[in-house]
Design a protein around this ligand. Sequence first.
Ligand SMILES: [Zn+2]
Length: 431
Amino acid sequence: MAASADARYASPLAEELAEEVLERFLRYVVVDTQADPSSTTYPSTAKQLDLSRLLVDELRGLGLEDVELTEPGYVFATVPGTVDEAPTVGLIAHVDTSPAAPGAGVVPLVHRAWTGEPIVLPGDATQVLDPGDMPALSDRLGHDLVTSDGTTLLGADDKAGVAIVVTAARRLLADDAPRATARIAFTVDEEVGRGTDHFDLDAFGADVAYTFDGSGLGELETETFSAYQLVLTVAGVGVHPGTAKGRLVNALKLIADVIAALPRERLSPETTEDREGFVHPERISGSASGATLWLIARDHDDAKLEEHVELVRRIAAEVVGAEPRASFTLAVEEQYRNMRTVLERHPEIVVAAEEAIRRAGVEPVHTIIRGGTDGARLTEKGLPTPNLFTGGQNYHSVREWASVQDMAAAAATCVELVRVWGHRGSGAEGA
Ligand SMILES: [Zn+2]
């Protein structure tokens, strides 16, 4: 790979695509697409489709085929391949943004050729991007950085991914270099855990896929948590407190005792990192006569995850079991599975991603996700889908930012990925 004339760029292709990715990114982030976890509709907010409809028009204008807004609200489209018998590659990003920070009225600011000074966000001067406590930022000297004005999130999660995939599609169609067929999907409601609830794998028709929903330059994520939600329901005995002596059994106190008995120094999100799992109480609801506790259990190791569930069951049995007039049920609901197990059976999917990242001029960085992705759900449903970087950082925060040069490297990676799979046509094994 020839070095780019401008050393900030990973490769000539990244440099070629940079302003185009930025132009799209700035247009997409001003569309409010915030998801709402309390909504029961699909998608959770209709405004997400404002961006989806814009994307349908844009993709048609760029000459993509089979462009449609599907009934549940996904944008599907095709970049036709130039090679017969190559696997079909899925390229996936999500249009919605997180409910964790304000998402309406985004004012993106481009800080050209950043000189290393702390960036004070003008809409709220208490919000400062300080390279002193942001290692990823301090590495981006000279880059063109995009932030919000400090009053909203930026929305690089995942509009960087959307801008990357659209730009890559445009570039792929510009020549006849060998390439696989690419199927594009822009999903909704990823941030509220419902991104693939109505995803029709047959209609999508990809053999392998990649989400562009990661972060730092070169990152390739092939491991997620495996995840359960646990719902502990405790039945006590409700009696008027004025006449409760010897009769009242307070379910709220029993649930408080269950929480108090959970480990603190280990198995908590606040005391674990890397591949360490946890059990995390999220919400309590109820009264003295009956109460419910929602917990989540997470681990990269499926066997350990089962141990975490058993721990909660044992603690509940001890605490509630000590009061014969009380009873409990524990419902265990699977949320998603670590994609590693499936990807290990299809090593060519990770190898192709590594090759594409290198062709884009970047060294691959394997990282693990302490969470899930749309890809984890798709992998479980039968479409192996690792996650790739976008160049966005500090997600779900008003101090979210993105490097234009890193977004451009991701767009170059996306182009190269479809070309790499093109070379794997005729005889290469698909998923
Ligand atoms: Zn995301």
